[in-house]
Design a protein around this ligand. Structure first.
Ligand code: PDD
Length: 285
């Protein structure tokens, strides 16, 4: 199990971050999670695009370009030498005075953590996981836009805690108006009357890279598909539910609020998409 940490272009085995870094003090940072297959990161371009878009959305100027990130990532992956890695790329506002004003933070810090990947157990994919529709609301787009991937995840942490407290493995959140949004680190899909549905971006959620690929697969394979607004209650009528994310890939959900979803087993459309996504990953860069 090898972990290497790249800090502004230098490789470390351990890293200590200044307590005055506003990433630590205020969650004032942006990040991405990327994984590798056969040692090569997949879908890296869209992850780097989203990192830069998130930084721009919070007026954080990243002092390097995407090529630098690609090079440093290769160096760090080489130093770690894992078969497959979990990669976390973080850009913080940097050190500043101990108050909320970011204008004293002159040098953003870039941290690339590479560690051996720890996959979800196979049984989760075979049997599905349990989720709870929690009372904690997803941030509204005009508070902290969920489509900006910042290091401020307390909203999601609280949702996860509430779900775990009720005995569920993960949470699904609605927005302040009661419309479905997403999971704590994943996007939400469900199947109703043979149609694959996912909340639209205007409900307030992260535009997931896996979500985009799944939508593409659904369209290419002529599955009935809809993006839209559905209330939390409507999820109870779902025949199938699944979550998507870089680490989760496509994760079936077979229990909602303690009740089985559909047959209580991963549904046929979920299984088809899992297969198609698996094939796509094998052919990804
Ligand atoms: N999470 N929604 C949220 C809130 C997320 O944090 C993530 C990703 C997703 C899925 O996005 P993608 O398909 O691009 O990974 C949706 C990563 C994996 C994480 O924070 O660990």
């Amino acid at each position: 199990m090898t972990t290497k940490i790249n800090f502004n272009g230098e490789i470390h085995d351990h890293l200590k971050i200044s307590i005055l870094d506003h990433g630590f003090l205020f969650g004032d940072s942006v990040y991405e999670v990327v994984c590798t297959i056969d040692s090569a990161p997949y879908f890296l371009d869209p992850h780097l695009d989203r990192l830069f878009a998130s930084a721009e959305a919070i007026a954080l100027k990243i002092p390097q370009n995407k090529e630098w990130f690609r090079e440093q990532l290769n160096i760090t992956l080489g130093a770690a030498g894992n078969d497959d890695s979990y990669i976390r790329i973080i850009v913080t506002r940097g050190e500043g005075e101990i108050n909320i004003d970011p204008s004293t933070c002159l040098h953003p810090n870039i941290i690339i953590i590479v560690m051996e990947i720890s996959q979800y157990p196979e049984s989760f994919y075979e049997k599905g996981i349990s989720v709870a529709l929690v009372s904690i609301k997803r941030n509204s787009r005009d508070a902290l836009n969920p489509n900006v991937k910042t290091g401020n995840y307390l909203n999601n942490v609280l949702a996860k805690m509430e779900a775990n407290k009720s005995g569920a493995q993960d949470a699904v959140m609605v927005n302040p108006w009661g419309y479905l949004t997403e999971g704590t680190t994943s996007n939400l899909f469900f199947v109703r009357d043979d149609q694959i549905c996912t909340p639209s971006l205007d409900c307030g959620l992260l535009s997931g890279i896996t979500r985009k690929k799944v939508i593409q697969l659904a369209k290419e394979n002529d599955f009935a598909f809809a993006e839209g607004k559905w209330t939390g209650d409507e999820l109870n009528d779902a025949d199938e539910i699944f979550l998507t994310g870089t680490l989760k890939k496509i994760m079936p959900v077979t229990c909602l609020d303690g009740r089985p979803v559909g047959s209580g087993k991963p549904g046929p459309l979920t299984l088809k998409l899992m297969r198609l996504y698996g094939d796509l990953l094998k052919s990804a860069e």
